[in-house]
Design a binder for this molecule. Structure first.
Ligand SMILES: [Zn+2]
Ligand SMILES: [Zn+2]
Length: 618
């Protein structure tokens, strides 16, 4: 943000506060910083306010803008400032001033996200600055624009709850958010973007399209998958199984609870304990819900001696795991307490690791092509390489693993960034970041090259020379978890899934009751047409309700069902269907057999383009 934009937005926040004070005398003000598209201010109102009050505040702000009030800077001794704020009943400001006086540090204050306070670095403050707009005086570091007429174009958007200083034991204030831009065009563009963000919100689409349900009775962060959402999960698993089978993975299954001994061996206890739930005692042992599938797969590796001929050994599982998340961190199905991971572990020799790792990256790229995800990159987490020996026990092994990863990133030809810090002690890791249509970044999968598991678990293989050698482990989960990936897909497709993924692919609608029996024949043909190696038929519905035909079509469009087949006398006579797409396009009459063949191609190729090329529409 440029300094002038910052000053404009911050002044806008002051003008809002001045208006609030006029409308609700006795309001107590917390902090009011600028943010990426405007500003907010935390206020304790004498009464609870709602979004319906924002218009009144805006009106008064516009009046103050027209009045061209000067914004004046006033410097006061800190004791005098405290006296004035006490007199005005501004308890929160008094608290901030006392902090400034006693600690002189903004560090304490900045932890609350406040940026209104002057930037002293040490010792107590003796003087503080205030800014005055009309009658309203506010503690502030500044800078500000010269007059209230320079606050740009603004709109107040939402009211939310916010605890004073982020502490739930302190009073709850109301946070008012505002947008602020130099031009009306920029403001309108941001308003439109925020509308689109709302329309694509995975929680809203998840509810509207019956994908998942979060129920307080079941528990926070524990989603229930509805029939439509379960279709999405099944299709994703089917996709992964196909790709993994072609890449010579073998599938395994492991239990949800596990004896604590395993987690002592893996090091999860005690190092990962705060991410795990309290144990369940069974007999005289403690059992934990599994937070990761790795130790289980390692024990599958250990179930018998392994020869060099078996490597690389690739064990795959869609594995359910449970990790502790603070209730405040839970967000729809992006962050949950239980989730299903597209997991696998590849056991190999060091000299095989590069090819294996490159293939994992290519598998990511294959999936992204299928989903039309074009905006993505890999992020390699690096420690401070000069101080590596302080950070890990075996710096040589760490560097060897890093070489493998960097070479395979280059070989993959995919875009990547290197980021200092955040590296894992057991080896270098790569996160895949994908961006949704509205610019949200999802860290969707993590890949690691692990050289410590071999020691912790005694993972070795018998070489040609009959000696035992250590094994390297690649951890990978290209599709991440069902929960996060489906949240992404909802946002990415705005709920309009391609045909292969759509929970309901086709709905058949008779033009009138007279043609219900032909509609039922069409339905049966679709239900019983083999798709993809003879698996179940298409996902089709017959709408035989008493609603009028137009209403049925509208219902199908609202549910974002990709294909609507309307049938009447002409269609029955020609053994055809009248085809409409969810975009509303009417593509006219097509033969039923032809329709089925082209639909099958689109589903099997996981790509709608053959369908669009043949019939048109989108
Ligand atoms: Zn200010
Ligand atoms: Zn793992």
């Amino acid at each position: 943000m440029t300094a002038s934009l910052e000053a404009m937005r911050h002044s806008c926040a002051h003008v809002m506060a001045a208006s609030i004070q006029e409308l609700w005398p006795g309001s107590k003000f917390g902090v009011g910083p600028t943010i990426g598209n405007g500003f907010y201010y935390d206020v304790l109102f004498p009464e609870h306010i709602g979004v319906e009050d924002l218009g009144n505040i805006e009106r008064l702000m516009r009046k103050k803008k027209r009045q061209q009030l000067p914004i004046e800077r006033i410097v006061l001794p800190v004791e005098k400032a405290i006296e004035i704020m006490e007199g005005a009943g501004q308890d929160f400001k008094v608290e901030l001033l006392e902090l400034l006086r006693d600690k002189g540090s903004t560090a304490v204050v900045d932890a609350t996200g406040d940026r209104n306070i002057s930037d002293a670095d040490s010792g107590g403050e003796t003087e503080v600055s205030f800014y005055k707009v009309g009658d309203f005086l506010d503690l502030c570091r500044g800078p500000h624009v010269a007059r209230s007429s320079d606050i740009g174009h603004f709109r107040l958007t939402t009211v939310a709850g916010a605890y004073w200083r982020g502490d739930e034991k302190r009073p709850q204030l109301q946070r008012i958010y505002g947008l602020c831009y130099p031009t009306v065009e920029e403001l309108e563009a941001e308003v439109e973007r925020l509308e689109e963000v709302k329309r694509r919100d995975h929680r809203r689409l998840g509810r509207e399209l019956d994908i998942f349900h979060l129920s307080p009775e079941v528990g926070a962060g524990l989603p229930l998958w509805l029939p439509n959402g379960t279709v999405l999960r099944d299709e994703l698993e089917f996709l992964a199984k196909e790709h993994e089978r072609r890449a010579s993975y073998q599938r395994v299954s492991t239990p949800h609870i596990t004896n604590e001994q395993l987690y002592f061996q893996s090091g999860h206890l005690p190092y990962y304990k705060e991410d795990m739930y309290s144990p369940i005692s069974i007999g005289d042992a403690n059992y934990y819900l599994k937070p990761m599938n790795c130790p289980h797969h390692h024990h599958i590796y250990l179930s018998r001696p392994r020869s060099y001929r078996e490597l690389p050994l690739r064990l795959a599982e869609y594995g359910q795991v449970y990790r502790y998340e603070d209730s405040g961190a839970l967000s729809g199905i992006i962050r949950t307490r239980g989730f299903m991971q597209n997991d696998a572990h590849i056991y190999c020799r060091l000299d095989q690791a590069k090819v294996e790792f490159t293939n994992v990256m290519r598998m990511h790229a294959d999936y992204y092509r299928i989903f039309g995800i074009e905006d993505f990159y890999m992020r390699l987490a690096l420690p401070d390489l000069d101080k590596l020996e302080k950070y890990v026990d075996e710096p040589e092994k760490w560097m060897a693993a890093l070489d493998v990863i960097q070479e395979s990133m280059d070989d993959s030809g995919l875009p990547y960034q290197e980021a200092k810090g955040d590296a894992a002690f057991y080896g270098p890791k790569i996160d895949f970041i994908i961006k949704s249509a509205i610019g949200t970044e999802y860290a969707i999968s993590t890949n690691q090259l692990d050289f410590l598991a071999t020691e912790r678990f005694g993972l070795t293989y018998r070489g040609e020379d009959a000696k035992d050698y250590p094994v390297y482990v690649i951890h990978r989960a290209p599709l991440g978890s069902h929960e996060r990936f489906i949240a992404f897909l909802l946002e990415h497709y705005k709920g309009a899934f391609p045909v292969w993924l759509a929970p309901v692919q086709v709905v058949v609608i008779p033009v009138s009751e007279k043609f219900t029996s032909y509609a039922a024949q069409v339905y049966d043909r679709l239900m019983s047409s083999p798709v993809r190696n003879g698996s179940l038929g298409f996902r089709v519905e017959l709408d035989a309700t008493s609603d009028r035909m137009q209403k049925k079509v509208r219902n199908a469009l609202v549910r974002k069902i990709p294909l609507v087949l309307v049938v009447g006398g002409a269609e029955e006579a020609a053994e055809s269907v009248a085809l409409r797409t969810r975009s509303g396009a009417d593509l006219g009459q097509v033969g039923l057999s032809e329709f089925i063949d082209v639909l099958r191609a689109a589903v099997e190729q996981r790509d709608d383009t053959p369908f669009q090329q043949h019939f048109g529409g989108e």
